[in-house]
Each structure stands twice: as C-alpha cells, then as structure tokens.
Design a protein around this ligand. Structure first.
Ligand SMILES: C[S@@+](CC[C@H](N)C(=O)[O-])C[C@H]1O[C@@H](n2cnc3c(N)ncnc32)[C@H](O)[C@@H]1O
Length: 314
C-alpha cells in the first residue's frame, strides 16, 4: 500500500477540499505531438480494420488537458467533434496553442517516430512514417485550407456553435446519452480513459446509442495501477474498504475492471469486436496476494497491462 495514495484519498473527505485543490493535469494532451501521435494511431488501426473514409463526426471520451486529439482529427477532415469529460481540464487558450502546433505537424507531414510505444502501428506506415495512404495530398490540401482552419479557430472560441460546417462541443460533465442524438456519430475514440469511467456498462450503452449503425469505436485502456501501488497491478491487493478510502470523493479514479469485463460489456451492449490486442506484463503481484474480490480472476486478466480494442455497432 502506498501511504500517499491513502492520504490523498482521506484528504478528499474534508469538506470543501474539492473547491480548493487545483484541477491539475492529466498528462498527455498538453503536447501537440502527443495528440498527433494518438489520433494517427487510432486512425491507422481503424483503417486497417476497414474504416474506409475520414469520419464526418467524431466523439472522444476523456480528452484531458486539451482537445488536441480531436483537433488533429479535424485537421484530417473531421467536421464535427464532441469531447466528453467529467472534469474541465481544457480551455480555449490551450486549444489554440495546440491547434497552431498541430497545423505545423500536419503541414510538414511530420514523421511518427517509433519510440517503442504500444501498440506498434508503425508497420502500417510507409517509409515516410506518415499515414499517406489515408491522408493523401489532396485530402490534406482540403482539410488544411485557410478558411476551414479559421472555422476551426472560431469553433474553439464558441464551443457548440456551428461555423461553416464545423462544430466542436465540449461537454463537461456528462452522465447519460442526452447530449448527443442517437445514430449521429461515425467514430468514437478514447485514450487511457475507459479504466477511469466509473460505470462502464452505462458508458458502452451510451456509445452504442450515439454511433451510426456500422459505426466504429477504438479504445486504448491501461490496466496498471497509475502510481497507487508499488507493483504495476498492486491495486488488486487492496480490500474493498481500503479502495473506498483511496478513491475518497475524487470525481474519478480507477474502476479496476479487467479486460474480459470490458469485452463482455461491449458485446452485451451490441458491439462486435473487430480487433483486439492485449499486452501482458510480468513482475506484478502473485495470485496469493490478490484481495478476495480478484483472487479467482482469469490469468489472462491478471497479466494484461494494456489493451487496444476496436468494436463496431451491428
Ligand atoms: C489519464 S486521463 C487521459 C487523458 C487523455 N485522453 C490523454 O490521453 O492524455 C483520463 C481522462 O479521462 C477522463 N474521465 C474520467 N472519467 C470519465 C468519464 N466517465 N467520461 C469521460 N471521461 C472521463 C478524465 O477526466 C481525464 O480527462
């Protein structure tokens, strides 16, 4: 157990702490290059799995520090972008800065440098290390047109307004399907988010309702402890009571659901799994150290540290 994780959880029980504690940062999407890499990874893997055109409408769960992943998608031709989060980390100033940096990256078709990240999608790229088979010269010429970029800038300023066939809606907090009409969205993505969502059954139900029939979703999910224990899966040693204390009254922490539960809930809510990669990791806690909640969990779940799943609405 880490004392720090418990202390942080306990602190949240003090009245008013959520008002005085800073909102903080989530990590990645402050960096335009990170957003560029995340979007192009999801796009490349979706394309490998039969996505055949740039989505007109994209939704993203948990964009974090900036809307940069969605902005990268818009610079690739997406026209309507819904970003749903439970904490308002992003703001227009950050989004304008990230947009400017992304325009440079797309304008120069900057190479995606393999850095040992997972999953390895670089093998689907040509020698230019850019998905030119998807984002052709003609496509980028249209998507990066000056007038279109001005509409994207206007949409960052006026979230929810429709400007020249471009919309950005940043919905915070969201809790049910109501913010987006049924059968509206072509593609949904999330990066390091579904491990945090407290009710994944309800979330997958909403995602199913928003997608058009045949629409696809792509999620990378990280099952590691996020610094809440010394070993990468050590949070599975914690009793339910200890976990409640660590979670405290934070808006979100980790749902601790293993990969097989995500797959089962996607299928229960009507999705077909079209692509599924799992990364296993050694060096975690032994089965005998697991709390009673997890003691019987399948070996595959216990060893899985990350997954990448693409699923399609029937
Ligand atoms: C680890 S951060 C990842 C942020 C970003 N996707 C990235 O790759 O850097 C997790 C994000 O998930 C968001 N989140 C947590 N619960 C959520 C929920 N129920 N719906 C949408 N987003 C959620 C958090 O607010 C945060 O923005």
């Amino acid at each position: 157990m880490t004392i720090r994780a418990v202390a942080k959880g306990l602190l949240t029980f003090l009245p008013g702490t959520h008002r005085v504690l800073p909102v903080g940062r989530t990590g990645g999407t402050n960096s335009a290059r990170y957003c560029y890499g995340v979007w192009l990874k999801h796009l490349t893997l979706l394309w490998q799995n039969n996505l055949r055109s740039i989505p007109d409408t994209l939704a993203e769960l948990g964009p974090g520090d900036s809307l940069g992943v969605g902005l990268a998608a818009m610079l690739s031709g997406v026209n309507h972008y819904y970003a749903l989060d439970v904490v308002r980390y992003s703001n227009p100033d950050k989004n304008h800065r990230v947009l400017d940096e992304l325009i440079e990256l797309f304008g120069s078709r900057s190479k995606l440098l393999p850095t040992g990240g997972w999953p390895d999608f670089y093998r689907y790229l040509g020698t230019d290390l850019f998905p030119s088979h998807i984002l052709t010269g003609d496509l980028l010429q249209a998507s990066l047109a000056r007038e279109r970029i001005q509409h994207i800038r206007n949409a960052i300023k006026d979230s929810g307004q429709h400007t020249g066939n471009i919309t950005i809606r940043y919905i915070v907090p969201w809790s049910d399907a109501s913010p987006i009409a049924a059968d509206m969205v072509d593609v949904i993505i999330s990066q390091s988010v579904m491990e945090h969502v407290s009710n994944i059954d309800a979330a997958y139900r909403c995602l199913y309702s928003w997608l058009k029939p045949g629409g696809m979703m792509s999620h990378q999910i990280d099952f590691k402890s996020h610094g809440l224990s010394k070993k990468w899966n050590g949070f599975r040693a914690y009793s339910e009571l200890l976990w409640k204390i660590i979670a405290g009254k934070r808006t979100y922490l980790l749902n601790r659901q293993p990969v097989s539960v995500h797959i089962a809930l996607m299928e229960k809510n009507g999705f077909d799994i079209v692509y599924h990669l799992k990364k296993s990791r050694e060096g975690g806690i032994q089965r005998r150290a697991l709390s009673p909640t997890w003691r019987e969990m399948p070996e595959d779940d216990l060893m899985c540290s990350s997954t990448f799943i693409i699923a399609q609405k029937h």
